[in-house]
Design a protein around this ligand. Structure first.
Ligand code: GLY
Ligand code: MN
Ligand code: MN
Length: 359
């Protein structure tokens, strides 16, 4: 991983300490900077300088850490950490920390181990660096998108009357793992009929009936990078209203996506989709942002939303996902993942966007 660019963003420091905590305080920056393939690395740290990265980890993860080619300081007993930090940071006054991920207890412990250091928050700087993907990251994101797209195609033939939302969710997860995912990138949203009007619905035991919408929002994790796709289809023959909602969302998605290129502002891309939906009788039913960055997090930076004033840059990766939600009737969302290019975009999800009617 070419990591030195993070110091172009975090100009206020020349040393960053990444503290990867326990299960509830995982810092994705640990994995971003090392690109380590396997392992959890609870209670591990990175000492990051413009010239090198050192991994402090327990002997449990030593082998996986060494596979990165980075220097590894293996810890046998927890109390060794203090000595290592004091010696490694001997000539350092200011240490950058990711305030977004470090827990208060780890921060307090760190303050006791290296009391002479001043800490500064570099969370925003690293976030900004992570918005622009390297060629290696783009390959992983393309693969995650391909897995999700192929899994959707594989699952269409398995949609049957009477199946529960949770059954379809499990079919999708099964297909994603079969197609090469290490796990889903988030808990799949599978919503039948009127449940599809809840954008963040959790699948339950509703059974599929004729003429239901089937909304599927899912993604694959590939080498720690995410995809995020939504398709909505109709089980049976679509009614005029179902077709109309679908065609408005599709038009909003295609038009906004076609505007994507370097230097266009994300909020202007959002506006293209929002204006199309708001010019129909479905005004004000598009109740979320048009999209979000995608990377090691499903909801990464930047956002494509009315309140996020930021010109897009080449090699950012974003989702484009307008939707219409009619409570009691149902909702439609179509979501694809794209790489921003100098003069346009590369769509990396490939599943068809034509309305599928399963009869
Ligand atoms: N999967 C939630 C979203 O599309 O943002
Ligand atoms: Mn999604
Ligand atoms: Mn999304």
């Amino acid at each position: 991983m070419e990591y030195k660019h993070i110091f172009d963003y975090a100009r206020e420091v020349d040393t960053i300490l990444i503290v990867n905590g326990g299960e509830n305080a995982i810092d994705k920056n640990f994995f971003y900077l090392t690109q380590v393939k396997s392992g959890v690395f609870e209670g591990s740290m990175l000492i990051v300088k413009p010239t090198e990265i050192k991994i402090l980890t327990s002997i449990l993860e030593e082998q996986a850490a060494k596979e990165t080619g980075l220097e590894v300081l293996a810890i046998h007993k927890k109390k060794e950490i203090e000595k290592i930090l004091q010696s490694e940071l001997k000539n350092v006054d200011v240490v950058g920390l990711n305030y977004e991920a470090i827990t208060l207890s780890d921060y307090t412990e760190l303050s006791k181990m290296i009391p002479d250091k001043r800490f500064v928050d570099v969370s925003v700087s690293i976030q900004e660096a992570r918005r622009i993907k390297t060629p290696g990251e783009l390959s992983k994101l393309r693969e995650a998108a391909k897995i999700a797209s192929e899994s959707f195609e594989a699952v269409i033939g398995r949609i049957k009357e009477g199946m529960k939302e949770t059954e379809l969710a499990s079919e999708l997860v099964y297909q994603m793992l079969r197609h090469g995912a290490s796990e889903p990138s988030f808990s799949s949203i599978i919503a039948f009929g009127s449940n599809s009007s809840l954008p963040h619905y959790s699948p339950g035991d509703r059974k599929l009936k004729k003429n239901d919408y089937v909304l599927m929002d899912f993604g694959a994790l590939y080498e720690r990078y995410c995809s995020d796709v939504t398709r909505t289809l109709v089980f049976g023959k679509a009614s005029e209203e179902q077709k109309e909602i679908y065609s408005v969302v599709k038009e909003a998605q295609e038009n906004s996506m076609n505007a994507i290129r370097a230097n266009i502002n994300g909020k202007d891309v959002d506006k293209i989709a929002r204006d199309i939906i708001d010019s129909t009788k479905y005004k004000d039913t598009f109740i979320h942002s048009l999209g979000h960055g995608l990377g090691m997090n499903v909801h990464d930076h930047p956002a494509l939303s009315p309140g996020f004033d930021l010109p897009l840059k080449e090699n950012m990766v974003v989702t484009v996902e307008p939707g219409i939600y009619v409570p009691g009737f149902g909702g439609v969302r179509i979501e694809d993942d794209v790489i921003v290019k100098k003069d346009g975009f590369e769509k990396i999800t490939t599943a068809t966007r034509d309305l599928i009617e399963i009869s």
